[in-house]
Design a protein around this ligand. Structure first.
Ligand code: ATP
Ligand code: MG
Length: 500
């Protein structure tokens, strides 16, 4: 329903009204045109047939080639109009009036018997004798009143050397009845048809436009918090224009909803980033400030300043790690709704070897037995840098939380499952659910280096690659992190063990 600027609705401006109005209007114009053509055609045909009949009647009288009026008296007297048929077929008219008139005296020379009894008709024929003479005769209407109208042919006729007027007439009442009835029929029929067609059109257009009304109602209820997956249930006639409209709008709604979700997710990740960053950076900044204030509180040895600056660099490094870790998570959060495909095939076997090599020195330093159990090449689709970061985090943790003399093993199966197992301090069963939370660190780990973001980032990377990262652990016995990724092109080869 249309609404003007004042908010008032105008049903006359509605599509339904306009469609019905134009449809009925065009139909009415066509029906009126057709009625006029029909009426004109019938009227013309009736007149033409009557005229042809009158002409043939006049010709049959003239055919006797009369020299005097008396020659025609008998012929005219024989035309009582009662004979119903001729050799050419049935007569058109029951009654034919015929008379021959002297042009000089305007007196009737011969009159058919049926005219004799109707002086009013004769009187009506008289004025026609003043019509301009024409060889083919003159057709006209005449009659004493509406009911007794006649179609008359007045034609000049040669009578030897003299001439005369021959008038042949037939009653027109039957034809005018036909025309009148046709006019009544059209007069009543056309508006009835228009009314019925208009009502039918109104109902049909209303039913056709019904889904649009529903779309408008649904669309008015939409807001960012209650955005449906689809605006309307798909119409049964999905191949109609309205069906296409519903399909298109539903697709648009789905796209909009996704865009909203991405937007919301993005806003949430930004908020979270800001909240996490301000919370986590406050402590190192306070420490930094405290150390510097202390150093500046009185003059000190150069060595003290150096130690303070070295400590400051450590804190700054820690803060950089937090900021870059949070930045990574915020980017991942924002991109979660539209994950980018990873076109690159990454060899997990190579990646494990690289991480193993990187950890070797640290393991040797802590006197930890580092080992690797791996198949030949196992491929996954992914980002090699992110997967490297993930494995490196797991390896670093294993070394960090394992005491001197313990062991750490990296293992890869042909199904693209990587496990990092250590014999370290383990994680309490109650803590296991939090292990992947941002900034969560077990109390005992607080003393050691770290921000508590490593595992959150690792889990995120696993998920964005369509995989999982799980943990199983027993306190004081050890921990196993299991990374499972969707494998591509898996070669089933024997495993090799490398121990260092
Ligand atoms: P960083 O962000 O530098 O990695 P972090 O190692 O403390 O710091 P995470 O890697 O996220 O942070 O680990 C979170 C916590 O989980 C650790 O602080 C530790 O308490 C516990 N943890 C992780 N890996 C192990 C492990 N292999 N054995 C025992 N505890 C672990
Ligand atoms: Mg860590």
């Amino acid at each position: 329903m249309n609404t003007d600027t004042s908010g008032k609705s105008h049903w006359t401006r509605s599509l339904r009204f306009r469609l019905t109005f134009w449809y009925s209007g065009v139909l009415a114009a066509l029906l009126l045109l057709a009625s006029a053509l029909l009426y004109g055609g019938v009227s013309h045909t009736l007149r033409a047939e009557t005229d042809a009949f009158l002409t043939s009647e006049a010709q049959s009288i003239a055919a006797s080639d009369p020299t005097e009026a008396d020659d025609l008296v008998e012929a005219i007297a024989e035309k009582p109009g009662t004979s119903r048929s001729t050799p050419d077929g049935p007569l058109l008219f029951d009654v034919v009036y015929t008379r021959l008139v002297s042009p000089a005296t305007k007196r009737s020379l011969a009159v058919s018997p049926n005219l004799n009894t109707h002086p009013a008709l004769v009187a009506a024929l008289d004025p026609l004798l003043t019509l301009p003479a024409s060889e083919s005769g003159q057709f006209s209407f005449a009659g004493p009143d509406e009911e007794r109208q006649m179609r008359v042919l007045t034609t000049p006729m040669r009578l030897g050397k003299a001439g005369g007027w021959l008038q042949v007439a037939v009653p027109w009442d039957h034809n005018s009845d036909v025309l009148e009835r046709l006019a009544v029929l059209l007069f009543l029929g056309v508006p009835t048809i228009i009314l019925l067609a208009g009502t039918g059109g109104w109902v049909l257009v209303g039913r056709t436009l019904q889904p649009i009304g529903r779309i408008v109602a649904e669309a008015e209820r939409l807001d960012a918090d209650s955005f449906p997956e689809a605006l309307l249930p798909q119409a049964a006639e999905s191949d109609t224009e309205i069906g296409h409209l519903v399909t298109t709008l539903n697709r648009m709604t789905t796209r909009l909803r996704r865009a909203f979700d991405v937007q919301r997710k993005f806003a949430e990740s930004q908020q979270r980033f800001a909240a996490d960053a301000s919370h986590e950076l406050r402590t190192p900044l306070t420490i930094l400030r405290g150390e510097m204030e202390l150093a500046l509180s009185r003059p000190r040895e150069a060595a003290v300043y150096q130690a303070t600056l070295a400590s400051a660099i450590e804190e700054i490094d820690r803060m950089s790690r937090i900021v870059s870790g949070l930045g990574f998570l915020a980017r991942e959060d924002a991109g979660e709704m539209s994950p980018a495909p990873f076109p690159q095939a990454v060899d997990l076997r190579r990646l494990c070897s690289v991480v193993f090599e990187e950890l070797t020195a640290k393991a040797a330093h802590k006197k930890i037995d580092l080992g690797i159990v791996a198949t030949d090449a196992v491929f996954v689709s992914g980002d090699p840098d992110q997967l490297h970061l993930l494995l490196r985090n797991l390896g670093d943790n294993a070394l960090k939380y394992t005491h001197k003399g313990g062991s750490v093993t990296l293992a890869l199966t042909p199904d693209a499952v990587v496990t990092v197992t250590d014999t370290g301090i383990g994680i309490a069963a109650a803590d296991l659910p939090q292990v992947f939370d941002r900034f969560w660190r077990a109390d005992r780990a607080r003393t050691s280096e770290g921000s508590g973001l490593g595992l959150a980032i690792s889990k995120r990377i696993a998920e964005s690659h369509g995989g999982t990262l799980t943990v199983s652990s027993r306190e004081r016995c050890g921990t196993t992190f299991t990374l499972t990724l969707p494998r591509i092109d898996p070669p089933k080869m024997g495993t090799t063990e490398v121990r260092k």
